[in-house]
Design a protein around this ligand. Structure first.
Ligand code: KG4
Ligand code: ZN
Length: 339
């Protein structure tokens, strides 16, 4: 079989990334330029700052990705690019670069949904086994996606308010941690105990939706009340209690969905999939109660935003000849279908 090489570009939020992927599952290069240090002082991603960084980084990342993969434009089969969801200004930088490169080198352009990319990060670990369920947990999304086959995505449940990562970042701010605080809360949680017993929203409801804003408010109220009374709270226990609530709802509802939909595989994806507590809890529960279920979670470097996952998802579009015309626009609120 001929080598099929896809150049993939990702710029939907605060990482500029370019990768070269061979045959949909081998990473020849995956350059990721993070801008997080520029956004930290604002406590979140500033869209205008993000776009400026992407402009500065995109050409350098593109050159590095080709050099590291030891390929030239002539070797490539297609150019893939994230066209949504994300920040419109940020998306447009990657999109413009992808179009220019594709046009200049006479290559087809493949439009990729960023969330499909997060799921297909799993394919860089092992083959996908359908039907599968994917729990997508990131800074902007928390959704359960059922996939009957390649390229078919149906949302069976999602957050009604905050995304899981957003809740981590908001309570982190109250704890005085720097943005994004998911990783630090995860580390603190491992040093503490679930002593504050926060609510587990929607756990018993007969649907696959989530809600994290009540948990966030309960956390913030507890901290503010303690400050007013000059009471000392234990940071590690606060983190452990918060994390226990998030993990219990995510794991319980996801495994319930896996049973009802009778899937072969569970894919955990998105930035929050880097959470050690979440990975451990899923592994334990699956080993004990669902030994038949194949659990796939990408390595940490493929959980956060990166272009390798975009290249892996693009390979499916390529097989189905789903190419875009040069008037492809960014779609900041691009979403999967709901069941
Ligand atoms: O997928 P991602 O890199 O960007 C988006 O598309 O949103 O996810 C970023 C989110 C942030 O909210 C960050 O706090 C969270 O992932 N995150 C974590 C961990 N590492 C990153 N949340 C919990 N535990 C972690 N270890
Ligand atoms: Zn993402």
């Amino acid at each position: 079989m001929d080598r099929e090489l896809i150049l993939a570009i990702e710029s939907s939020c605060d990482e500029t990334s370019v990768a070269v992927i061979e045959n949909g599952n081998q990473i020849l290069s995956n350059i990721v330029a993070s801008q997080i240090n520029s956004h930290k002082r604002f406590g979140g991603v500033v869209p205008e700052v993000a776009s400026r960084h992407h402009v500065e980084q995109i050409t350098l990342c593109l050159e590095d990705a080709l050099t590291e993969a030891k390929v030239t434009a002539k070797d490539l089969s297609a150019v893939a690019v994230t066209y949504g969801p994300g920040l419109v200004g940020a998306l447009l930088i990657g999109l413009s670069a992808a179009k220019a490169f594709a046009w200049a080198n006479n290559l087809p352009l493949i439009p990729v949904n960023h969330m499909a990319g997060h799921i297909y990060a799993a394919k860089l670990v092992k083959p996908l086994n359908f039907p599968l369920m994917a729990l997508l947990v990131s800074g902007g999304h928390t959704e359960l996606v059922y996939m009957a086959k390649d390229g078919s995505y149906e949302i069976i449940g999602e957050t009604r308010d905050d995304a899981a990562g957003e809740a981590y970042d908001k309570v982190g701010r109250v704890l005085g941690l720097s943005y994004p605080s998911g990783r630090e809360i995860d580390q603190l949680a491992h040093l503490g105990k679930d002593t504050y017993h926060f609510p587990r929203a929607m756990l018993k409801e007969d649907n696959y939706d989530f809600s994290f804003s009540g948990l966030k408010s309960a956390f913030i109220n507890l901290v503010h009340n303690a400050e007013q009374r000059n009471e000392i709270l234990i940071k590690e226990d606060l983190a452990a209690s918060f994390q226990a609530s998030v993990i219990e709802t995510l794991v319980t509802k996801t495994l319930r969905a896996c049973t009802e939909y009778d899937v072969n595989q569970l894919v955990l994806a998105g930035g929050v999939a880097a959470n050690q507590g979440l990975r451990e809890k899923f592994s334990q529960e699956i080993a004990e109660y669902f030994p038949e279920l194949d659990f796939v979670v990408p390595p940490l470097r493929l959980c956060g935003d990166n272009a390798a996952m975009i290249g892996a998802a693009a390979e499916i579009e390529m097989q189905q000849q789903q190419f875009a015309a040069m008037d492809l626009n960014a779609d900041p609120s691009l979403a999967f279908e709901h069941i």
